[in-house]
Design a protein around this ligand. Structure first.
Ligand code: GLY
Ligand code: MN
Ligand code: MN
Length: 474
C-alpha cells in the first residue's frame, strides 16, 4: 500500500472523531444557545436515572422551574433557574415542569407515540412572544438540545400527570416556596389539587433531600465548568489588585472585577460583589460599595462569578496603598496561617465543621493572644464571627452536608478576623482592620487540591501583584 493509502483510513478516523466531538459541543443558535461548553445532556440524564432508581417502583417525581420576580413596576430581575430543576434537566427556561415516572407512561409528542419515563413541559415556541423575550426551546428543541425522552408544551402536563399518577403510590414534589408566582405557581397548585382529588390516596413527599444528596459530590464534568468559573474569577481578582489605588471608589474595583468576569464569558456574579474598605472591611457582607478608597486602609474583596449556573466564591484582602501596614500585616498573617493549617486537614473522612474549623480557630486564638488583641482566649470568637467555610456548587452556599468530607466535594476555606473601630479594650491601632482570605478546595482521594492556587494569597505575593500595574491579559 502506498503512503496515501495508509494515511487515508487514519484521516477518516481523525475526521470522524473531530465531527463527533463537534456534535457534542454544538451551539444551538436557533434556540438562542450559543455557548458550546454547557454540561452535556448525558450528565442530566444520568442524574434523572439516579433519582428514578432512588424513588423505587410506582413513584412519580414532579420538579419545576424557578419563578420570575419583579424588580420594580414592569421590570423583572434576570431569570435564574432553580438549582435542583437545573440539575435534573439542564433547562434554563421559566415555566417548565419535569415529570419522571418509575412506571412507563405512553405519550404522543413531536417524535410520535412511545413509552417514556420522563417528560419535560416547556413554553411553546411563539414568534410574537419570542420577539419580545427571546428564543425558546419549545418541545422539539427540548428533546434535541436537552436530550429528554419526551417533551410537550407546558399547557399539556395534566393528562400525562394523571396517567403517571394512575398507578403511582407516591408523588415526590418540592413544597412550593412562599415566593412562587406566575404560570409555574398555577401549575404547581393544580398538580397538588389533582393529586389530592385522585381516587386512591397517594403519598406526597419531597424529593429535595435525594437530589441534594446527589449534588454534594461533583462529577468530572461539573468540575470542568467550576474550574472555568474559578479561572475567570481569579483573573478578576488580579485585575482589582493591579488597578487599586488611593482615591478610587469601591464600586470602581467592583466594576473592573465584573468587567473581567463578563468579558471572559461568565453570565453573572455568584452574589453581589463585596468590596469593603476601611470601616467597611469589618462588615461581612457589605455590598453597597460606594466609599472612596484611602491609602492606609485595607479592602476585603469577596467577589466571584457564576459560570454556566455554577458558583465560585473567592476573597482577597489587599492594602489600598499596595503595602500592608505593620498592624494589617500582623492580622493578615494570622488569617493566612489559620487558612494554611485548616487546608492541611482537608481530606475524605475528616469532619469539616469539627476538626478543620477547630484548627483554624486555634490558630486565630493563639495569634490574637500573642498580639495582645485579646487577653481571654475565648474572646477570639468576637473577631472570627462566621463559619470557616461551606460547600460550593450550583449555589454559592451549596447543599448542606454533615461536614464529613467526601472525595469530589468543593468547599471554601475562609477564616477571617474583623476588628471594628471603638472596640472596647482593643488598642486603636487594630481598629477597622478586617481580613478574610477565601479559597476553594476540591476534596481528592487522599487530600485536597487548592482550586484557587494560581491567585496570589501570601501577603508579599499580593503586594508584588499590586505593583504589576495594568490590565490583565494585555
Ligand atoms: N461570599 C459569601 C461567602 O463567602 O460565604
Ligand atoms: Mn464563602
Ligand atoms: Mn465569599
Amino acid at each position: 500500500m502506498n503512503t496515501i493509502g495508509r494515511i487515508s483510513p487514519f484521516i477518516v478516523l481523525v475526521l470522524t472523531l473531530l465531527c463527533s466531538a463537534s456534535l457534542c459541543a454544538q451551539s444551538y443558535a436557533g434556540y438562542g444557545i450559543y455557548d458550546t461548553d454547557f454540561l452535556p445532556p448525558s450528565f442530566f440524564k444520568s442524574n434523572r436515572e439516579k433519582l428514578l432508581r432512588q424513588i423505587g417502583d410506582s413513584a412519580v417525581v414532579v420538579l419545576y422551574s424557578a419563578s420570575e420576580h419583579t424588580r420594580n413596576n414592569d421590570v423583572e430581575f434576570q431569570f435564574r433557574q432553580d438549582d435542583d430543576f437545573f440539575y435534573m434537566t439542564g433547562c434554563n427556561e421559566p415555566s417548565a415542569l419535569l415529570i419522571l415516572s418509575s412506571n412507563p407512561i405512553e405519550v404522543t409528542d413531536t417524535t410520535g407515540t412511545h413509552t417514556v419515563h420522563e417528560i419535560l413541559f416547556v413554553e411553546s415556541r411563539n414568534s410574537r412572544a419570542e420577539t419580545w423575550t427571546g428564543r425558546r426551546l419549545g418541545p422539539y428543541g427540548a428533546i434535541k438540545v436537552l436530550g429528554v425522552e419526551s417533551a410537550s408544551t407546558n399547557t399539556e402536563y395534566k393528562q400525562a400527570l394523571r396517567r403517571a399518577l394512575s398507578k403511582a403510590k407516591a408523588l415526590y414534589i418540592p413544597l412550593p416556596p412562599e415566593e412562587i408566582n406566575g404560570k409555574i405557581a398555577d401549575m404547581v397548585r393544580d398538580i397538588e389539587q389533582t393529586t389530592r382529588s385522585m381516587q386512591r390516596s397517594i403519598e406526597i413527599r419531597t424529593p429535595l433531600h435525594l437530589i441534594r444528596g446527589m449534588r454534594q459530590v461533583k462529577s468530572a464534568e461539573e468540575l470542568k465548568v467550576m474550574r472555568k468559573g474559578v479561572e475567570i474569577s481569579m483573573e478578576g481578582h488580579r485585575q482589582m489588585m493591579r488597578s487599586c489605588k488611593d482615591g478610587m471608589y469601591e464600586y470602581q474595583l467592583q466594576a473592573l472585577f465584573e468587567f473581567v468576569g463578563k468579558d471572559r464569558g461568565a453570565e453573572y456574579t455568584a452574589y453581589p460583589c463585596i468590596v469593603g474598605s476601611g470601616e467597611n472591611s469589618v462588615i461581612l457582607h457589605y455590598n453597597t460599595n460606594r466609599k472612596q478608597l484611602h491609602a492606609g486602609e485595607i479592602i476585603v474583596m469577596d467577589c466571584a462569578m457564576e459560570y454556566h449556573n455554577y458558583a465560585t466564591d473567592i476573597t482577597r484582602t489587599i492594602p489600598v496603598s499596595g503595602r500592608f501596614t505593620d498592624a494589617q500585616r500582623a492580622i493578615y498573617n494570622i488569617v493566612y496561617d489559620a487558612q494554611e493549617e485548616a487546608m492541611k486537614l482537608v481530606k475524605p473522612g475528616v469532619n469539616y465543621y469539627k476538626e478543620v474549623t477547630q484548627r483554624a480557630g486555634e490558630v486565630i486564638r493563639n495569634g490574637l493572644l500573642q498580639l495582645g488583641v485579646i487577653k481571654d482566649s475565648a474572646d477570639y470568637k468576637k473577631y472570627f464571627i462566621h463559619g470557616l467555610g461551606h460547600p460550593v456548587g450550583l449555589d454559592v452556599h451549596d447543599v448542606s452536608s454533615d461536614g464529613v468530607l467526601k472525595e469530589g466535594e468543593v468547599w471554601t476555606v475562609e477564616p477571617g478576623i474583623y476588628i471594628p473601630a471603638n472596640t472596647e479594650g482593643v488598642d486603636s491601632k487594630w481598629w477597622n482592620i478586617g481580613v478574610r482570605i477565601e479559597d476553594e478546595v476540591l476534596v481528592t482521594g487522599d487530600g485536597n487540591e487548592l482550586l484557587t492556587r494560581a491567585l496570589p494569597r501570601k501577603g508579599e505575593d499580593i503586594e508584588k501583584t499590586m505593583q504589576e500595574r495594568g490590565v490583565v491579559g494585555k
